[in-house]
Design a binder for this molecule. Structure first.
Ligand code: NCD
Length: 312
């Protein structure tokens, strides 16, 4: 039985096959509409979410399956002190597959060790968010034709932004990448991402403070929100929250075929006027997340046996 806890749980070939399946589903959704009849997805969300939870639910419903779950720790037995291990043991009898979001780093990994069903990490604290990474790769692949040979700027809260950590971990496995990390000093990417992921990969990377100076080089610009809920005090948040605001003026220096991505939710970091720019792909990116999660559910349930196999 396979789980998806960390983006590296799937090899590059497995990831590519999964994204290929997502594309097939997007092209011919009717062919997949009953593939999960009689199956149940549990969405165990101990932390708020709109897109991730609803896109998982939409994915399972579009496959003809059913969903159950909770959307906050307060509305689950966690508020009575139940452990993640006990919750997942029990859910293993209620559902066929589970997606878990938790405010504690590592909680979905613990769950996967006790589960009798596949567990998907739908975001654990400031750590990883592998299904967002699949969604990001799907959009990069659709807009650029491939994931390699690109200069990608990652901008905003690189410290707490789990989507950034997962995306970097996954992208270093592709050829000829260049990473430009754009953040205030206080929100730099964590040491383990710089020292254990980027440096050993051999791909060039730079850290800069201003987006303007690197804009013309970028093929992909991945904007992120400052993660208010992970700050220790409100003062620091207020000081840093508007560090970067992408505007049409700043985009004048950018390539014509730049892909502007954002995992959403957006707060202030992309001006609404940018939404009209054909390079703004973030809403299309979010739509793709449903097809990616459909493919993932089919693969983990063993209903598409060719996707997850270690050999190429
Ligand atoms: C992201 C997350 O939860 O980490 N949202 C999402 O799943 N699309 C990004 C964020 O909350 O800023």
């Amino acid at each position: 039985m396979r789980h998806l806890i960390d983006p590296l749980d799937f090899t590059v070939s497995e990831t590519e096959r999964l994204l290929g399946l997502a594309q097939q589903i997007m092209d011919r959704p009717g062919d997949f509409a009953r593939r999960c009849e009689g199956r149940i997805l549990a969405t165990l969300f101990f932390e708020p979410s709109t897109r991730t939870r609803l896109s998982f639910e939409s994915a399972m419903l579009r496959l003809g399956g059913q969903v159950l779950g909770f959307s906050s720790a307060q509305s689950s037995s966690a508020s009575k002190g139940e452990s993640v291990a006990d919750t997942i043991r029990m859910i293993s009898g209620y559902a066929d597959i589970a997606a878990m979001r938790h405010f504690k780093e590592g909680a979905p990994l613990v769950a996967s060790r006790y589960a009798k069903i596949p567990v998907i990490n739908a975001g654990d604290g400031g750590h990883q968010h592998p299904t967002q990474t699949l969604t990001d790769l799907f959009m990069i692949r659709r807009s650029r034709g491939k994931a390699g040979g690109l200069t990608i700027g990652l901008c905003g809260d690189l410290k707490f932004g789990r989507t950034v950590h997962s995306l970097i971990k996954s992208l270093v496995r592709y050829p000829n990448m260049r990473f430009v990390l754009i953040s205030p000093e206080e929100l730099r990417a964590p040491g383990y991402i710089l020292k254990e992921v980027l440096a050993p990969s051999g791909h060039p990377y730079t850290e800069v403070l201003r987006m303007e100076e690197v804009m013309p080089q970028l093929d992909v610009l991945y904007m992120t929100r400052v993660q208010r809920e992970r700050f220790f005090n409100e003062e620091d948040y207020v000081r840093l929250k508007d560090s970067y605001i992408l505007t049409p003026e700043k985009l004048r220096a950018a390539k014509q075929d730049l892909a502007i991505l954002h995992p959403l939710p957006r707060v202030n970091e992309i001006h609404k006027a940018v939404d009209e720019d054909p390079r703004a792909l973030y809403f299309e990116q979010a739509r793709g997340g449903v097809f990616v999660r459909m493919a993932l559910i089919l693969a983990l349930l063993g209903l598409e046996p060719d996707i997850l196999r270690e050999e190429n």
